[in-house]
Design a protein around this ligand. Structure first.
Ligand SMILES: [Zn+2]
Length: 203
């Protein structure tokens, strides 16, 4: 609980709740609470209702395991999207990140995490079985492994590529580039190795 001194109980309680959110520290939490105190009641009510609606109305899509109100989700039912390409990601938030780029028009599969032996997470804790079943059912032409370029993401991609390649589906990995404006010197090895692997010919 952040130190809130002699602040009124309800104010301290809300600061405490906000400060549990990712990237929100006690100072930002206090700023949000004092901002809300100055807003009309209906705005606070809309925020509270939106939070509860997320919890009450959003569920996992039974096909891709992304988050959705309707099951199957819009991405799975959109006939304009290429069902022959499945992009495998760790979390539903990664679907939103890739959708924001507008660069991908296929379908997704959300694993629900990454292989992490230190945390006791193996393939059985992830939606790997569901992915294999889906490949058997839909026979996609390509599986894109879009897990993060860190230790867990690389381990998961390596595991999946070995598991899926015998199924006769092309398995590809995202080509991670160097940040624009970045220096080769400052890139970590994984980023640099990925950038080299993902190189393409000029012209
Ligand atoms: Zn879906």
């Amino acid at each position: 609980m952040p130190r809130t001194g002699s602040i009124a109980g309800p104010v301290a309680a809300l600061i405490n709740e906000f400060s549990k959110l990712p990237t929100v520290g006690p100072k930002t939490a206090a700023r949000l609470v004092f901002y809300l105190l100055n807003r009309p009641r209906h705005e606070a009510q809309a925020l509270a209702e939106a939070i509860l609606n997320v919890k009450d109305c959003v569920r996992f899509c039974s096909l891709c395991f992304s988050l959705t109100e309707a099951d199957p989700c819009d991405l799975c039912t959109d006939s304009g999207r290429d069902a022959a390409t499945i992009c495998v990601v760790a979390e539903a938030k990664d679907v939103y990140a890739i959708e924001r780029t507008g660069a991908f028009k296929g379908r997704y599969h959300v694993l629900g995490g990454l292989i992490s032996p230190m945390d006791g997470i193996g393939p059985a804790q992830l939606r790997v079985k569901e992915l294999v079943e889906r490949i058997g059912r839909d026979a996609p032409a390509e599986i894109i492994l879009a897990t993060n370029p860190n230790a867990e993401g690389e381990a998961t991609a390596l595991y999946l590529s070995r598991l899926l390649q015998p199924l006769g589906t092309a398995v590809t990995r995202l080509a991670y580039g160097l940040p624009i404006g970045g220096d080769l010197d400052y890139a970590d090895e994984i980023t640099l190795a990925r950038a080299v692997e993902g190189r393409r010919s000029l012209g």
